[in-house]
Structures are given as C-alpha cells and as structure tokens.
Design a protein around this ligand. Structure first.
Ligand code: ADP
Ligand code: MG
Length: 558
C-alpha cells in the first residue's frame, strides 16, 4: 500500500499545503475537486498491489490468490505457478479470493458509506428542528384533502434553512395521502431559479397537466371501448347502469374524448404569445375536478427577473376556474421580496406566512449527526468534526447546506489524503476550499465592467499600493478599458461598482476622512490575489489585458 500512499499524496499536494488551491488546479468545482470514491482512478501507476505483475493478469484474477495467470499468454516469472493451469470458470466462481484491479482501492476506503446522502439533491425523510414548520404547512394544506382550497402560503427563510426540503417532504406526504383516500389533489413543484419567466412557468405547468390529462383520457377511452364492445355483443342492457342510452351515445362520447385528446397539444418552450400559453394552462388545469397546490420555490428570483405578472395571474385564477382550484405556495430566500409586489398579489399570496429561522450550532449538530450515521462508516469521524462543521455553518447564518457541504468536503479531503479518519484539520481545509469556490464563482459571474474595476484594484495591489483610493482605481480602470475597447464609465459609476464589490465581500472599502480634502474610500482586496486574477483573465474579454500589464504598470509608475 505504501506506493499508493505516495502517489496520491503528491497529486493532492497543491491544495493541501495551503488553504487556497491554485487557480489552475481543477479543484475549483467542489464536486470535481476530489475524486469520487465510487470511481477509483484507472491509472495503473497507482496500482496498489506490488505483487501483481500487469493489468492483464490482474483482470483475470489475482495471481497470488489463484496461483495462475489464466487468460494471459505471457507468464510473468514473479508469479507463483506451482498449481499449474487453473480453469477460468472455477476462478470466476471463486469471487472472494480473486482480487481485481479495483478491489484494493475499494477495500481501502475507510471514510464514506454513502456520500450521496450529503449532497443537496438528497431529500431526507427526517427533518429535525422543522417539526413546527412542517405541521403548520400540513394544517393549512389538509383542506386540499377535504376538497377545499387551501390558503396560499408564503414561506420565508435564508438559504439552507430547510425550506425546500420541508416543502418537498410535505408535498410527498400530501400526494401519497390523497392517493390513499382517493381524493383528486396534486402538487406541482417549480424551481423559479431555473424556470424564471412567466412564459416558462405557465408552459411548464401547462405541459405537466396536459400530460396528466392525456393519461386520464387514455384511461377513459379504454373503458369506453370495452363498454362499447360489450354493448354491441351482449346488447344494450349492458348500458342500463350507465349514462349512455345506446351505443351511438357511447360513440359520441368516444369521439368527444378523441377531440379533447387532439386538442391537448404540448406548449412549446418558446414562441407562443403568453395569453395563448395561459389559456392552455387554464384549460388543462380545469379539465376535471381537482385541487392543485403549485409550489413556486425561489419565487423571489421569478419576481426579480420577470415581475409579478405570473403571480397576479395565478392568484386570480380561482374566481374563473370551474372544476378545479389552485393554491399557491411561494418559497423565498429574500425576506423583503413582497415589497416589490402589487398590493393585491401581496395580500393574496401572503394569506399564511411561515418563517424558517436560521439553525443554531446545536441544531446543525443534530442535522449533521442524523446524516453522518448513514453517510460515513462507523468511527470515520473524530469527535470534533461535527461540532466544528456546525460552528462554521452557524456563523454562515445557520446554513444547513453549508454544514453538509463542509462535512462532505472534509470527508473527501480526508479520503484524498488517505487518512483513516476525518479530522479537525480536514474541516478547516474544507472551509477554505468552499470559501474559495464561492469567491471564484462570484468573480466569474461578475459583469465585465465590475471585472475591469476589480482587475484595476488587483494591479494596484500587485504593485505594492496599499490604502488604494477610488481615484487610483479609476485611472487604471480607464487605461484598461482603452486597452480592450470597453466603454469607460464615469468615476461616479465606478465608485458604485466598488461598493457592489464590497457588498459581495470581494473588496473591503472603508470611507476615510481626508480632513479638508473631503472623504475618500480606501480599498483593499478581500480575496486571494492570484486566484482572483486567474479567474478574471479566463474571461475572453479580459484575457487580452494580460499583454497590457507592462503598459499599465509603466503608466502607474509615473
Ligand atoms: P433552503 O431551501 O431553505 O435553502 P434546503 O431545504 O435546500 O434549504 O436545505 C439545505 C440542505 O440542508 C439540504 O441538503 C437539506 O436536505 C438539508 N437540511 C435542511 N434542514 C434540514 C433538517 N432540518 N434536517 C435535515 N436536513 C436538513
Ligand atoms: Mg431552497
């Protein structure tokens, strides 16, 4: 095993030495950074067992275990051959003894039992410390099971407070109970961060209901055709208990349903006028009696991007629907998003409000403990790992997502460094890595103008300027814009962009008084310089600046 240890350590070395991985390390994406234990490396130089001569013999069974290299033409002399040729069938049956290329790597994995459990995509079945909120939702939504329209609900809370997980849990329970009692109640979940325009929300909903309606129609048609053939064979007495007087009435109904089905065309994801999409959606939802709960997760993103038209239209629908009723459950990370809503929408949507407060460190510990029992092997975590993850995440506004990310990343880092257990140091490394990933993502997605401003700041710092003021940033910024043919904004605008960078935590800008010269901002970088520069230069527009650097520097030296 010693060979493997060394190789792997070297590979992981660059981001384990220091908190900040280098920018060209592919460790930029949390998921790509660390190798997945489910997919061990195929590089044969990492091959763990020094006694196995080559891959070929390895794949046909371990030479030591079987004493033979069946299936291989060339026999390596380092292999013990005293039992002679062994037939391959026997070897294949004898699974336990044969050690394949990956067996040692798999067996040597002491950390994770099931890493998926720590990923955001996993919906837990137990949500400690959310019983109150879940019960509140259930108390409101139970009307749907009685055939009444539940009040609309608005759920608020910062990211990682369990809103999505709780809402999904409740919707699963609601749907399964509705099936149990055979009441027509459906829940549709939409993530408005992805589906972020009125058109897309309506089209997505329309298509979901159209699909369901088609299934219903198909079922009804099948029943009617059976009924029809019975009636033609056994006579119209078969129809006595039905709403149909004769076979031709059945035929008419079949024809109607077929027409319905033809009209149920899917809405394309672009191209139609919005009214047409809306009316398709309306007809689809009203096709038969049911109560529909529409969950709009990240609803603030929808309003931010496309205004409140969607919510306005949805909240008025019940007065026009004939057969069905809808209830809206909006979920928002932004506590103030209703400030931007039309007052009518605001009062309709906020009939009931449920707040998800941040978790404290103790609650986060419980959450992590629950998950880690499934995610990690026994004794894989040292005692201080969970409390430390919980403490870090509690500082991060009680974000359970952050806590779980930390725990997973710490596990991955431990695994990568071939440690037997996850320790405190792995959590600290994970914290640094996640923080850097965040910075990289924020910088990468900045608008070009902000990137230029940030780059100007970096150039100044690299040239040893401290307490940088806005004027200095502006001067370099102007030069950079000229270099890449970008529009030059006013100093006033640049000052605003600096404030935005400050709010994002990328720079730190403090206002200092210069006595009778007025006040100015002193700007310093809050992020690691090399990595940030690398991200900026990977933008194709800014990439050209690299050549302008000596030029800028010369200007600056003057
Ligand atoms: P939000 O939607 O409020 O941003 P999520 O519901 O997505 O937060 O939760 C973030 C992560 O934390 C998810 O992986 C979720 O499963 C987990 N989580 C949140 N609250 C709990 C809880 N009470 N118990 C277990 N896991 C939780
Ligand atoms: Mg969410």
């Amino acid at each position: 095993m010693d060979e493997t240890d060394d190789t792997n350590r070297e590979e992981g070395a660059d981001d384990e030495n220091e908190g900040w991985p280098t920018a060209d390390d592919d460790a930029f994406d949390a998921d790509e950074a660390t190798p997945d234990p489910d997919a061990p490396e195929t590089d044969t130089s990492d091959e763990p067992s020094g006694t196995v001569p080559d891959v070929e013999s390895d794949l046909s069974g371990d030479a030591d275990a079987t004493g033979s290299v069946a299936g291989s033409d060339t026999v390596d002399t380092s292999v013990n051959l005293d039992t002679g040729g062994v037939d391959i069938d026997r070897m294949l049956e004898d699974d336990d003894d044969s050690q394949g290329l990956f067996d040692d790597l798999m067996a040597g994995e002491p950390i994770f039992r099931n890493k998926e459990v720590l990923r955001p995509s996993y919906t837990p079945h137990e949500l400690p410390h959310r019983t109150d909120q879940i019960n509140q939702m259930a108390t409101i939504l139970v009307s749907a099971l009685r055939g009444d329209t539940p009040s609309n609900i608005l759920i608020y809370g910062k990211t990682g407070t369990g809103k999505t997980a709780s809402a999904k849990f409740v919707s699963q329970e609601l749907e399964s109970t509705s099936q149990k009692y055979d009441v027509p109640c459906e829940v549709e979940y939409i993530n408005c961060e992805i589906t972020d325009t009125q058109y897309r929300v309506l089209a997505q909903l329309a298509n979901k209901f159209i699909e369901k309606n088609r299934e219903i129609v198909a079922g009804r048609l099948e029943d009617l055709r059976d009924l029809r053939s019975e009636a033609t064979e056994a006579g119209t007495a078969t129809l006595a208990d039905t709403e149909y007087d004769d076979v031709s009435a059945v035929d008419d109904r079949i024809a109607d349903l077929e027409t319905d089905r033809e009209e149920m065309e899917e809405v394309p994801m672009t191209g139609w006028p919005t009214d047409r999409v809306y009316s398709k959606f309306f007809d689809a939802i009203d096709y038969h009696e049911r109560v529909v709960v529409i969950m709009l997760d990240e609803i603030d993103k929808l309003v931010e991007k496309s205004g409140d038209d969607t919510l306005y239209n949805l909240s008025r629908m019940n007065s026009e629907l004939e057969n069905s009723r809808i209830s809206i459950m909006g979920i928002s990370n932004d506590l103030k998003f209703t400030d931007f809503l039309d007052p009518r929408v605001k009062s309709s949507l906020g009939e009931e409000e449920i707040v998800f407060p941040p978790y404290d460190a103790n609650q986060l510990r419980d959450i992590l403990q629950h998950r880690s029992d499934v995610a990690f092997k026994d004794d894989a975590l040292t005692d201080d790992v969970i409390p430390l993850c919980a403490a870090f995440a509690a500082q991060e506004h009680g974000d359970a997502r952050r806590a779980l990310d930390l725990l997973r990343t710490a596990g991955e880092l431990a695994e990568r460094s071939q440690a037997e257990t996850v320790e405190e140091q792995h959590v600290r490394q994970a914290q640094d890595k996640i923080e850097l990933d965040r910075v990289v993502e924020v910088v990468r997605t900045l608008p070009t103008q902000s990137k230029i401003v940030l780059f100007a700041t970096i150039l100044l710092e690299k040239n040893g300027v401290h307490n940088i003021n806005t004027g200095e940033v502006f001067n370099i910024y102007k030069r950079l814009c000229e270099e890449i043919d970008a529009d030059v904004l006013t100093q006033r605008r640049v000052t605003d962009l600096i404030s935005e960078l400050d709010m994002l935590g990328i720079v730190n800008a403090v206002v200092v008084s210069k006595g009778r010269y007025g006040r100015t901002k002193e700007i310093s970088l809050s992020v690691p310089i090399e990595e940030t520069e690398h991200v900026l230069l990977s933008d194709s527009r800014l990439g050209d600046i690299e050549n302008a650097q000596p030029f800028v520097q010369a200007r600056f030296d003057n």
